[in-house]
Each structure stands twice: as C-alpha cells, then as structure tokens.
Design a protein around this ligand. Structure first.
Ligand SMILES: [Zn+2]
Length: 416
C-alpha cells in the first residue's frame, strides 16, 4: 500500500508557477533532517474558478520533481472531492480527499444504525483512551446521537472510496476523509466513533481531517483558545492511535490539518505534541502561495505593483461575490480594509508589508490579506498578463514563496 510518510505538507499552487520554489522548501527541510512528503493539492472549486484541469497539477508536480532530481515520494491530491466531482481527478491523482461534510447530519436507515449500535454499545460507560488522562463518560444516547449524525456520511465515504478504488486499484492511492467544512467541530469522542464507522466500512483511511475548535480562517493565524486546541489535538492523536488498533485501520493513519497555512500560534503546539507522542501529521495549505505571488509582484514595483493594486481595488468592489464561496472560513472586518484611494498611493514596500504575514509588524493587515486570499479569481480573469508578470519577476516571487513555506511555516512547525 502506498503511504505518505510521517510528515507531509499539502502545497496548493493555484496558478501552477511555484512548484519549484515550494519543493526547494521541502529539500531545505530535508537538509536539516526533517523529511516531508510534498503533496500538490487543488480542489474542484479552485479548478473551476481558475479554469484548470487536474492533469495540470500532475504535469507540474512531475515536471518540478524531475527537474530537481527529487527521487522521494510525492503526491497529487484531489482535494475535497465527492461522488459528483471525483471523476475528473481519477486519472491524475494518487491522493484523494473524500469530503463527507455535506452528508453529515443526514440520517442513515434504522437497520444500519442498529447494526452499528449493537457493537458500539460496548463502549458505554467510561471510555478510557490510552494516553488521555481522564476517562470520558459515554452514554448509549450519546453513541446513538453520533451514529445518527455520522453513519450516513461514513457510508457515502465508502461509495466514493469504491469509485476511486475501481479506477486506481486498491493500495495505489492515499485516502483522506475530511469533515472540516462544517459549522460545528467534532470532539475526540465523536472522532473515535467516526473512525469506528470508517473501519466498519473497510475504508483504508490514512489521513483524517476533523474540524477543530477555534477559527481556521484562510491565510491568517488561528483564532481561538490555543490551550484548548492543544488539549483537543493531543486527545485526537490518542484517539487515532487507539482506533487503529481497535478498528483495524491502517497503521499509517494520521491527522490532517486543513486550512493549515499561517496558523503560526499553534504550529509550535502541533510540532511539540506530535513529537511527544512520536506521531506524524499532514498539514494542508493552498492560498498562502498565491498571496506570496501577489507580495512578490508588489515588491517588484512598476507594472507588477500596478497589477496587484488593481486586483485589490477590484476586490473591494466585488467583495460579496468573492467571499461567498469562502463564507465559513474567512472573517473580514470591512471597516479595517484600506480604501482604493489610500492603496493607490502606496509604494511597493508598504503594499508588500501590509499583506505579508509577519505578526507584530504594524503594517500587516489580516483583513486585507483575507480579501486578497479569495481574490485569485480576478487574476484568473487576466491570466495572460498575470503569467507574463510572474515570469518577468520570477526571482523575487519564488524567493517570497520559498521564505513563506520554509521560514514561516516549516521552521515554526519543526522548531528549526
Ligand atoms: Zn479542507
């Protein structure tokens, strides 16, 4: 069976120009003794907004790894797919993020629920997960509630998995199950029973992406109680370890953290808790690389600066339309957005430092950053010009991309 390795990072590259810079960050980490498997991920939503095909991601990943002489494993992730969208990814992907969010809360039929409960009731009482200090009390009602909420979704995951397996063959791809794009987080106890369901459905899930407490907004830091996150993350790791033994799931099953870019305040916690228990993880990022392209172009000045200023000004006009597909994963305070007039007068340094995620820098504006994060559609509308500018300023842009992934992400996660 194909496996991901202990540490892996999902590197979204919306416009397909930064694969080499991203890979450089991975090889730089390897020089420091941290082996990370790169995974190039792109969702159906991103493909539709930009007008690309899954095969484009495969071509980029193959090309940049070949050029760099990178001989370790790498993957191409069909990110957030379901029964309706899986088809176009089957040929080019070898990692599938099976998204069951839209099926959560739909009730499975009584027969299925009863079959599940017949076995699950043995966990009624005090559930003692090894590694978690306090046992959690679990009532039959609680288990029934979890079954009613998640069993249907687990069955759908099976349907999607089978569709992929029939095309790719068992063991030839990585299966991730994601539940992060929902309003309410899953508790460690819920995760435990969800993993039981996935084991029951015989899905060889290797990464699981729950929704954690707190806000995981796109492109900005974690917002929430970091202490609570640490407790939840550690409990989830212990749940996974126990569930692997209990429910016959793959030994390689590990946690996947979605909307994982830029969560600087919890990276040291993720890194240290994983280290404490000798666990790996998958961190999925996407839009942070597009933001670095905008920053690099701003720094380049001239026409490139004009182009990104125009994107920002247009994004102010189209804010409702741009934000709609991302409503659950951004929090923009509109009153904190600089006006078109103000930004028109900015020099390259001011524009770049307003957007660059350096906590504590007085120019940094997380509202502007989130708006640009969702504004990539505007660059896609002027793709030829955008690509020309990226190519003309490649050195500056790729340096920004590298620094972001390596210095701001990997170094914080692995305490380098
Ligand atoms: Zn996600």
């Amino acid at each position: 069976m194909k496996t991901l390795g202990k540490f892996s990072i999902g590197l979204g590259d919306r416009f397909g120009h930064q694969g080499s810079a991203q890979l450089n960050a991975i090889t730089e980490a390897a020089k420091k003794g941290i082996d990370i498997t790169p995974v190039w991920n792109k969702s159906n939503r991103e493909h539709n907004i930009i007008g690309t095909q899954p095969g484009d991601v495969r071509a980029e990943a193959d090309m940049v790894t070949r050029k760099a002489g990178f001989t370790k494993p790498y993957f191409v992730d069909a990110d957030h797919i379901n029964l309706d969208t899986a088809d176009r990814f089957l040929e080019s992907s070898d990692f599938f993020t099976v998204d069951v969010a839209s099926y959560i809360g739909k009730r499975a039929d009584d027969v299925k629920i009863n079959v599940f409960l017949r076995d699950a009731v043995k966990f009624t009482g005090k559930l003692k997960i090894p590694g978690i200090s306090k046992p959690v009390s679990v009532t039959k009602d609680k288990i029934t509630g979890i079954a009613e909420k998640y069993l249907f979704a687990a069955a759908k995951a099976r349907e999607i998995y089978i569709k992929i397996e029939e095309s790719k063959g068992r063991g030839n791809f990585i299966t991730e199950v994601s539940m992060d794009e929902v309003p309410v987080p899953q508790t460690p106890v819920e995760l435990f029973f969800i993993l039981k369901m996935l084991g029951g459905e015989n899905i060889p899930v290797q990464t699981i992406a729950p929704k954690f407490s707190g806000r995981f907004n796109k492109g900005v830091d974690y917002a929430g109680d970091t202490g609570l996150f640490a407790e939840e993350f550690e409990a989830d790791l212990m749940v996974i370890e126990y569930a692997v033994k209990e429910f016959g799931l793959p030994e390689s099953l590990k946690m996947s953290i979605h909307s994982g870019s830029d969560k600087f305040s919890i990276y040291p916690l993720i890194g240290s808790i994983a280290k404490k228990h000798d666990k790996g993880f998958h961190l999925k990022t996407a839009g942070t690389t597009w933001l670095e392209e905008v920053i690099g172009l701003a720094e380049s000045g001239g026409k490139a600066l004009d182009f990104v200023k125009e994107i920002y000004i247009k994004s102010l006009e189209k804010i409702a339309e741009l934000c709609a597909p991302y409503a659950d994963v951004i929090d923009i305070n509109i009153s904190m957005l600089p006006s078109a007039e103000v930004v028109s007068g900015w020099n390259c340094r001011k524009f770049a430092s307003s957007l660059r995620h350096v906590p504590g820098n007085s120019d940094y504006n997380s509202n502007m950053r989130q708006l640009i994060h969702v504004a990539y559609k505007l660059a896609a509308e002027k793709m030829d010009e955008y690509f020309q500018l990226l190519e003309a300023n490649e050195k500056t842009v790729s340096q920004c991309v590298f620094e972001n992934i390596y210095n701001r992400h990997i170094c914080r996660l692995f305490d380098l």
